[in-house]
Design a protein around this ligand. Sequence first.
Ligand code: PFF
Length: 449
Amino acid sequence: MAAIRGVFSSNFGFIMAAAGSAVGLGNIWGFPTQAASNGGAAFLLMYLVLAFCLAYPAFMAEILIGRYGQANAVSSLQKIANNAWQKKFAITVGLMGLIGASLILSFYSIVAGWMMAHTIEPIAVVVNMPNIAHWLTDFSVSRNLVFTAVFTLFTMFIISKGVENGIEKWSKRLMPFMLLILVLLIIYVLTLDGAKAGVIAYLSPDLSRIFEPNLLLNALGQAFFSLSLGSGVMIIYGSYIAKKENIVSLGAYVTCIDVGIAFLSGLLIIPAMYVAQAQGVEIFNQQGQLLSEDTLVFTVLPHLFTQMGSVGLLCAFAFFALMSVASLTSSISLLEAPVSYVVERFNVSRKRSTIVVSVVIFLISTLIITNFSTLFGLVITISTQYSQPIVAMLCCVFVGWIWHRNSVLNELKQGDITVENSFFWKVWPWYTKLVCPIAITAVFIHKFV
Ligand code: PFF
């Protein structure tokens, strides 16, 4: 028997869950990495503009589709369709989103597994188990498989508990905890020698780079990944918001939290790199750019932690715990998207659906781990650079071109009777109809042609 549909019990619950999905490795790792290699504050500035002007309207489109449809991504899109071909189109777009979410989760849980292994490593050092400590940080198939499996089990546990007792409850616990660790780490790092140079490098924009096409592409891609767009995730989360809630302001809160945490993460990572430099660690590559991506997280920062002695062990533990928690609140949303579809489409229990979907995704992760050099980058490219922007754009097309304007307005009015006279209603319909689809297509064409 299918379960009764869940609903978020409060605004705070939704905000924590949606912000939990949005805030993840993309913010704490991806954003500072991108900022480091794209001119620091120049990237930050364009990221802010694109997140609010393009990603937020697209985010609102997805939440609204879900709230209207009160169902998984495929069924919600179908409810907007007016005729047979539009319904087929809706099924295609919805399924593309769910497949995209599953592929993202298949690589995301591998990376999250690395974070968990690195969280445990300082403990292995303290209890004097050097072999285990080495295994935990060494890149091996066994370590990757074990920790992907452990991380998948955590994700499954939360999702099997449902919307209120699983997603909402755990997001409400984990998000404040994550913010606390982040703030404590920032405060600590800013007291260290060299941090000031990092803050200056992060916050003084190299204005000559602001309109560089690559910077814009990276900032837009980062904003879409960060707000979890084009994966059906925000459609399903939107479907759990009660009709009386004002989703325009809920969406704005989530966007602000997401952008705010990306900003704070930059304030941790970039100064930490300069602290590492002050302690003799190499932080620039041969072209004179700041080291980024995996080198930053798995070489520069651990090097810094090692130099710091026993305080470094504590910092390493806190930093990787922060990364693990941030990944978990995102991965639960990625699993919820396909799980809710299977529950509603095939009328099976949430537990059974969680097990079946997780096993399939874990098998894909296993395939990636055992063919790492060929598949890891490929799956990331397909899911985040192709699938996410295309599905996000098509959701805007649904709202702008297929869904009747009056019906859109009525849906919005349920939570805010005055919305018709608001700035949002004057601007947003045009954004979803024209600006978002054109901008996303332009970025896409520029990237691949
Ligand atoms: N927003 C998450 C991050 O920034 O790490 C990643 C993500 C979660 C992408 C959920 C897509 C998604 F559907």
